[in-house]
Design a binder for this molecule. Structure first.
Ligand SMILES: O=C(O)c1ccccc1NCC(=O)[C@H](O)[C@H](O)COP(=O)(O)O
Length: 292
């Protein structure tokens, strides 16, 4: 996208940092001491960045959701999100332990922030988590250039329609060429139309408005009816309680992407409360506790 004026200043800063990282060529194998041919990268060099091109061998996201459903669990993508522009403080526990607790709480998949400057994430963290768990792992970052796809292997990558604009079809193809499953995030009907035109099959509706950073679960309810039936549909952001989870599911969500409400307090218990939202309807609907 060219016009960033309408975005919240924190989001403009996130986008500027993403462009800087893309321009700098991201990380490479030499810098990471991982040039051993075991990290899912082809020997072929990816366009311009001087890095190996990722060849992802992904764990199937849709199948993971189906396993959750079959097991009576709400399909939840639990997000390892140490901090964010809308969060007070930083969660400093070992992210691998947090990820394992999320899986123990029934998470169907994980989302791992790799954005370093505003979310405390890293590609190294994603690699460690992906090695430690057997569920699909979404790389949550703000990708704006093809070269960033070669930063690290994951099962799924995120493309945010608002950020990539007209480049969406090209980036979607580039991600699929590398073997990634792709979650295309939208916030309104116009972005949804662009995602569908580009051929997106896994669509996330973000309840967080990137212009003001406020969250409204009504966003999902208003956009979801327009999503094609054969798409996998994910409700993102602002889901804090089992009642919220049931509300998003009633509006058509195949899965929920949850960060803050899981990261605040006891990660396993918080995940369990959401994955059991449809079976344990006596559970408390209180929001989780505060971050330490
Ligand atoms: O979470 C933020 O503060 C944020 C700020 C600016 C841009 C994006 C942001 N979040 C990205 C996300 O997509 C969320 O981490 C994810 O949907 C989970 O949201 P939540 O459950 O509300 O933590």
């Amino acid at each position: 996208m060219n016009d960033t004026a309408e975005l919240d200043p924190a989001v403009r800063s996130i986008l500027a940092a993403a462009r800087d990282r893309a321009g700098a060529g991201g990380r490479d194998d030499e810098a990471n001491g991982r040039d051993d041919g075991t990290d899912g990268r082809d020997d072929e060099v990816a366009g311009g960045a001087g890095r190996d091109r990722v060849a992802a061998d992904p764990r199937d996201l849709r199948a993971a959701f189906e396993r959750s459903e079959a097991d009576g669990r709400v399909p939840v993508i639990a997000e390892v999100k140490p901090t964010s522009p809308t969060t007070e403080g930083t969660r400093k526990d070992d992210p691998v332990e947090l990820a394992e607790s999320m899986v123990a709480g029934g998470a169907a998949a994980l989302s791992v922030l790799t954005e370093p400057e505003h979310f405390g994430g890293s590609t190294e963290t994603l690699e460690r988590i992906r090695e430690a768990v057997d569920v699909p792992v979404l790389r949550k970052d703000f990708l704006v250039a093809e070269s960033q796809l070669d930063d690290v292997e994951s099962d799924v990558v995120l493309l945010i329609a608002r950020f990539v604009g007209d480049d969406l079809p090209e980036l979607l193809a580039a991600a699929r060429d590398r073997g990634f499953q792709v979650l295309v995030e939208v916030h309104d009907r116009e972005e949804l139309a662009a995602a569908v035109d580009a051929g997106a099959t896994t669509i996330g509706v973000n309840n967080r408005d990137l212009a003001r950073l406020d969250v409204d679960l009504g966003t999902f309810e208003s956009v979801a009816p327009e999503v094609p039936d054969d798409a996998t549909l994910i409700a993102e952001s602002g889901i804090a309680t089992p009642a919220d989870a049931r509300r998003m599911r009633a509006a058509g969500a195949d899965a929920l992407l949850v960060g803050s409400a899981i990261m605040d307090g006891d990660v396993e218990a918080n995940t369990l409360a959401l994955t059991r939202a449809e079976t344990d309807t006596h559970s408390t609907d209180d929001a989780p506790g505060t971050r330490t």
